[in-house]
Design a binder for this molecule. Structure first.
Ligand code: ASP
Ligand code: MG
Length: 418
């Protein structure tokens, strides 16, 4: 079995779906994981915001736009107006759910997951039906029945042990050898729909590869492979042919948008190679990520945007050490805030964190627990692996740098957005 993952950008229009068909061409024993088409997840987040704000018109408007976008793709695929009943049903369900009374702020994340999951449910339904129509016999798999996740919403991990039998059982029951399943979604032990974190489809594919003992996983992307930097920000970017798991996980964690950071572990645990390949040209080699690859020779630059720097100090000037760390991190965990960089001195703890919904609530809770908290916004976190003197001068120095941490090979700076 091989696992192929197609992201939203690759299947954002009918041409992309036709190209997917070309890529899988004569493959058999294939598990295909697909994300929501184009920017559908963002649009569904708007539907959720409508629910949150009790703004029915806002929900209706966004549901209608999402429906129209997919209807357009369907008619282009079938070269004429075409009604896919299952897709209509999904949209009716979504509209019905968004209009349901009884939303409560304490359940925001539960509602969020329920709503945004429709992106993948719809995309996989369209793609599965199109492939069948185009002569590629396949089976649509409902990942909510296969992936059992933690009992938490918006950023759930998959319980691999609990999911293995379900996924294998679902496939074993089918005659087909090609399967189409949703990235990004699963269900909690209580049966409610969960999502695995934004951009989580890579992780879904890796978990499926792990459970199915896949010979490889391929992520088909709109780039030629993994580059050592984002060419939009660092013009001298070059492609990397091979990477090892360790470098990849560090890169992904630092914010490189190659692959979701949770993707590597399930693959590494079974030694499954990961290919990052260009969606536009199947003949190009892309990048291969596997255990044996040598460390990369070019410096790697990763910029993580939308960061906030929190500086936390105990109000009575007592040392901010282990015990206080425990209090602080328990609070951050409660508000789902991830620390991307941690720096401490006797009385200060500086944390570079993603700008998320709950930051101000978390700051309130820290203050209530006896800490002074300063918040610096508009920050970014730059990581340079394998830095040179020149790169150091260019990126790790200067008045815009608020915090700097370095080892022999890597320097990380929190700096004001330039
Ligand atoms: N559709 C989801 C997102 O946009 C998951 C993914 O693309 O991997 O975040
Ligand atoms: Mg996406």
């Amino acid at each position: 079995m091989k696992v192929y993952k197609f992201g939203g950008a690759s299947v954002r229009n009918a041409e992309g779906v036709r190209n997917l068909r070309k890529i899988i061409d004569d493959e058999q024993n294939l598990f295909i994981i697909v994300s929501a088409m184009g920017k559908t997840t963002n649009a569904l987040e708007k539907v959720f915001e409508g629910v949150q704000q009790g703004d029915r018109a806002m929900c209706d408007e966004h549901v209608a736009a999402i429906r129209e976008y997919h209807t357009g793709i369907i008619s282009e695929l079938w070269r004429g107006p075409r009604r896919l009943e299952r897709v209509e049903e999904l949209f009716d369900e979504l509209a019905g759910f968004a209009a349901r009374p009884g939303y409560r702020a304490e359940e925001a994340e539960l509602w969020y997951d329920r709503i945004v999951a429709y992106g993948e449910l719809v995309s996989t339904t369209i793609i599965s039906e199109y492939l069948n129509h185009a002569g590629v016999s396949n089976r649509w798999i409902d990942m909510r029945r296969c992936f059992v996740t933690e009992q938490r919403h918006k950023d759930a991990g998959v319980d691999i042990a609990a999911s293995a039998q379900r996924l294998k059982g679902a496939l074993a029951a089918c005659e087909e050898t090609i399967f189409v399943g949703q990235g990004f979604i699963g269900a909690a032990p209580d049966g409610t729909t969960t999502t695995l974190g934004r951009e989580g489809s890579d992780y879904s594919a890796a978990v499926a590869a792990h459970i199915l003992d896949a010979e490889s996983m391929s992520v088909w992307k709109d780039v030629d492979g993994v580059l050592n930097a984002d060419p939009k920000i660092f013009p001298d970017a070059v492609q990397i042919a091979e990477l090892n798991y360790l470098d990849t996980i560090e890169l992904a964690y630092s914010g490189a948008q190659i692959i979701h950071p949770k993707t590597i572990k399930p693959l590494q645990n079974k030694n499954i190679p990961l290919y990052v390949r260009p969606f536009g040209d199947k003949r190009k080699p892309g990048t291969v990520i596997r255990g044996m690859s040598a460390p990369v020779e070019v410096p790697i630059l990763i910029l993580k945007k939308d960061q906030v720097l929190l500086t936390i100090r105990s109000r009575d000037f007592s040392f901010v050490l282990e015990e206080k760390f425990a209090t602080i991190f328990a609070l951050l965990e409660r508000f789902r805030i991830k620390a991307n960089l941690i720096h401490n001195s006797a009385v200060n703890l500086s944390l570079c964190v993603d700008r998320t919904w709950h930051i101000d609530e978390a700051i309130g809770a820290l203050r209530a627990s006896g800490f002074d908290v300063m918040k610096a916004e508009n920050m970014e976190l730059l990581t340079v692996r394998g830095y040179t003197d020149e790169l150091w001068r260019r990126y790790a120095d200067g008045p815009q740098v608020f915090v700097r941490q370095s080892t022999q090979s890597t320097v990380r700076v929190v700096r004001k957005r330039g």
